[in-house]
Each structure stands twice: as C-alpha cells, then as structure tokens.
Design a protein. Structure first.
Length: 218
C-alpha cells in the first residue's frame, strides 16, 4: 500500500476517533470536558501523523504542536486543537500537501547518496558509481510515476525521454540529465574504464540537486 493511502486511512481513523470522543458535564460550573486520557491519546497520534505527512517545518505541524502545548481538557480547547488537525486533513485530502511518497523516498535516496560520496572520498570509485547510479535511476522513475507517466519496465533512457517530453526537467538540469544514462550503463555493466572520479562525482552531484529540487517539500 502506498504511503499516501496509508496516511489517508489514518487521517480518517483519527477523524472518527475524535467524533467518538466522550464529553462530560462539569459537576460545578458550565461547560463540558474531555477526560485527559482520551483527548491526549488522540492528540498524540494526530501529532505523529501530521509530522509524518507534512514535515516538522510545515505550518500545519508548527500550529498543531503550539496549540497542543496549551490545550486543556475543556471542550472549547480540545475542539480548537481538532480544527488544526481538520485543516491538515483537508489539505492532504485535496492534494495540497507535498507528495509524502516523494519526500520519504528522497530521504532514503539521500542516504544512498551520502554513502556514495563517502565511498568516493575513500577511493572506492566503483562502489560510489553503483550506489549513486542506483539512487538516480530509482529517483527518476519514482518522480515520473508521481507525475502520472507510464514508465513501467522502461530503461533509464526512456524514463529520461518521458520526463523531458513532459517538460518535467528543464534548463541546466535537462542538459546534465542527458549524460546520465551513459554513465549509469557504464557503472551497471562494470565498465570501470569509462568512469573516472570526475564522472562519478557528477552523478552524485546531479542526484543531490535532483533530490533537493524534486523530492523536498517546499
């Protein structure tokens, strides 16, 4: 199941949990309250979900955590916290939140790139070439799929052509991308004589910039 589907299901579950939350009348005074054990459990799960979906630097998450810190058991206070959750859910359902599949994939690919850069600095050029090329090819395919391009079973050159045809890469990035399939093929076919350290460095540099521009939340 894609992350988007998992998060969508969890948003719906927490929305239902909030609707079912029990309210009690104060014995002395007006108004109602929600027992701490109920609203804090819900809020903790909501906090975790919004952070995973929107990122720690998002306005949704910052607003939720700030409100969470000052929320009390009163009905008014708990519903103010829910309002922020509902806003995050509406934006996610409407497709206005950055694609979480891309963001999480970008974090994973970033680890591969870091390993590739370390390998290159350690003099293991060939290892670095394979790691960086694998990250690049998978990143290109995931980005294409996220933009509804049919690249199933296609090689890297065809994926590149599909991205260019859809105008999803442009400028200097487009020019640099043209050279990547050849370098990738050399790495995957163990044609080490065709790959110098500068070539491997260019693959790593390209993947880093591609992840920053296409896989990072705005």
């Amino acid at each position: 199941m894609a992350l988007t589907e998992t998060f969508n299901r969890r948003f719906a579950e927490l929305d239902d949990h909030f609707t079912a939350m029990p309210y009690h009348q104060y014995l002395h005074g007006d108004g109602r309250f929600v027992p701490n054990g109920f609203w804090r459990k819900w809020a903790t799960s909501a906090d975790n979900l919004i952070r995973a979906v929107c990122g720690e630097n998002s306005s949704h998450y910052r607003s939720f955590t700030a409100q969470f810190a000052k929320t009390s058991e009163t009905e008014k206070s708990v519903k103010e916290l829910y309002a922020i959750f509902a806003a995050a859910k509406d934006d996610f359902d409407g497709g206005y939140v950055f694609d979480v599949d891309l963001r999480v994939s970008g974090e994973v690919f970033g680890d591969f790139v870091a390993l590739a850069r370390q390998a290159l600095s350690d003099g293991r050029k060939d290892v670095a070439a394979v790691l960086a090329s694998a990250a690049l090819e998978d990143a290109l395919k995931r980005f294409a799929v996220a933009n509804r391009l049919d690249v199933e079973g296609k090689d890297m050159q065809n994926v590149v052509n599909a991205l260019k045809g859809a105008s999803l890469v442009a400028g200097a990035q487009k020019s640099l991308l043209d050279a990547m399939p050849k370098l990738r093929n050399a790495a995957f076919h163990a044609e080490w004589g065709k790959l110098g350290e500068a070539d491997v460095g260019s693959i790593i540099g390209f993947v880093e910039q591609f992840l920053l521009s296409k896989f990072s939340a705005p």
